[in-house]
Write a protein that binds this ligand. Structure first.
Ligand code: PMP
Length: 360
């Protein structure tokens, strides 16, 4: 079979080894005589797999003991509601940076639930730059400070994070988790959907410092309450088993391939190849402030929408998929997640050069 080259933003490319491992074990999980997706999440087979998944996650990201780690359902989107429901208590204000689509969505949900201070909003420039993290200070009565580490649609990424002192820093890392080392201790909470760098869609990872639970609102309903999920390690209700299994295998693949440092180095190499084409002539244009360009989602434009449509069509004919920008912003986008092979980035670079030669 000829695998297509997959530049989709999420769900997105998975390591071929992981897909093959899933294929080989889907009917008979490691010789147990049944599939992991047929087994109870209260049984040993699942628990062993889940524990191994969580401990590899802890090891790779160097997550300290005083943080809980688990998975929930509902996507990253559910967290847009759960975060303010838990932590935006009366009399306090939540600080939000509006840096693109995903932080806007999180912010607008928080605004329905309590007082919000938007400390940065780059709408006037189409969300093409970020604040200097050193200039970011939480409000005096801040419940937490929220940001989206990597805006998947706008292709913009925080390279450093603000120091928020005693105010918890909360980050959506859906689209750049495990692409670089992160000092987890700087954060009260890190979360994200797994369907980009971590595995098949379905699970949402939650990394939360244990003392965050003391800041919760009272009277939360069961599923909304992080304390319940922390106590049950994410197994209060049926977890997204298939997705978590995939995450376990992807984490092991990352470990075999140089860990987070290896992913970080590859992300530099891979994104560097494409940005060097974009920067090499006026034919291409990157709308994002160079200092904050994402290594995971490369957003770029051509001189006309007609040429952009032609690019997508011709790339697709070459087996290169997912290069159309998000429907809300147009243009082009290449997502270069951890699992995207280096050769597929070289292929894209070569295709871009050839496209420029013919159409530039
Ligand atoms: N945050 C970011 C940065 C995302 O890229 C996405 C999805 N693309 C979401 C949140 C929403 O995730 P989900 O679809 O899992 O709810």
């Amino acid at each position: 079979m000829m695998r297509k080259k997959n530049y989709f933003a999420g769900p997105s490319v998975l390591p071929i080894e992981v897909l093959e491992e899933m294929r080989d074990n889907i009917v008979d999980y490691e010789g147990n005589g049944l599939s992991i997706i047929e087994a109870s999440h209260r049984g040993g087979m699942f628990e062993e797999m889940y524990d191994s998944c969580l401990s590899t996650f802890r090891e790779l990201l160097n997550i300290p003991e005083d943080y809980d780690v688990y998975f929930l359902g509902g996507g990253a989107t559910l967290q847009f509601t759960m975060i303010p429901t838990n932590f935006l208590v009366k009399g306090k204000v939540a600080d939000y940076a509006k840096t693109g689509t995903w932080s806007n969505k999180a912010c607008s949900d928080a605004q329905k639930l309590g007082d919000v201070n938007v400390f940065f909003d780059n709408k006037a420039e189409n969300y093409t730059t970020l604040p200097d993290p050193k200039s970011v200070k939480p409000s005096d009565n801040s419940a937490y400070l929220y940001l989206c580490a990597n805006e998947t649609i706008g292709g913009i990424e925080w390279k450093d994070f603000p120091d928020t002192g005693d105010v918890p820093l909360i980050a959506d890392m859906s689209s750049d988790i495990l692409s670089r080392p992160v000092d987890v201790k700087k954060f009260g909470m890190i979360y994200g959907g797994v369907q980009k760098n971590l595995g098949p869609a379905g699970a949402t990872f939650i990394i939360m410092r244990k003392d965050m639970l003391e800041r919760r609102n009272p009277n939360l309903t069961a599923y909304m309450d992080y304390a319940l999920h922390a106590k049950e390690k994410g197994l209060y209700n049926t977890p997204p088993v298939f997705s978590i299994w995939g995450v376990k295998l992807v984490l092991e693949w990352i470990k075999r391939n140089g860990g987070v440092e290896g992913m970080d180095k590859n992300a530099d190499l891979k994104s560097g190849l494409i940005y060097s084409v974009i920067d090499s002539s006026d034919f291409w244009r990157s709308p994002v402030d160079k200092r904050y360009r994402s290594r995971m989602n490369i957003v770029f434009r051509l001189p006309s929408e007609e040429l952009e449509a032609k690019f997508v069509k011709e790339a697709s004919a070459e087996g290169m998929l997912g290069l159309k920008g998000h429907r809300s912003v147009g243009g082009l986008r290449a997502s270069l997640y951890n699992a995207l092979p280096y050769e597929d980035v070289v292929a894209l670079k070569d295709f871009m050069k050839e496209f420029e030669r013919k159409n530039g």
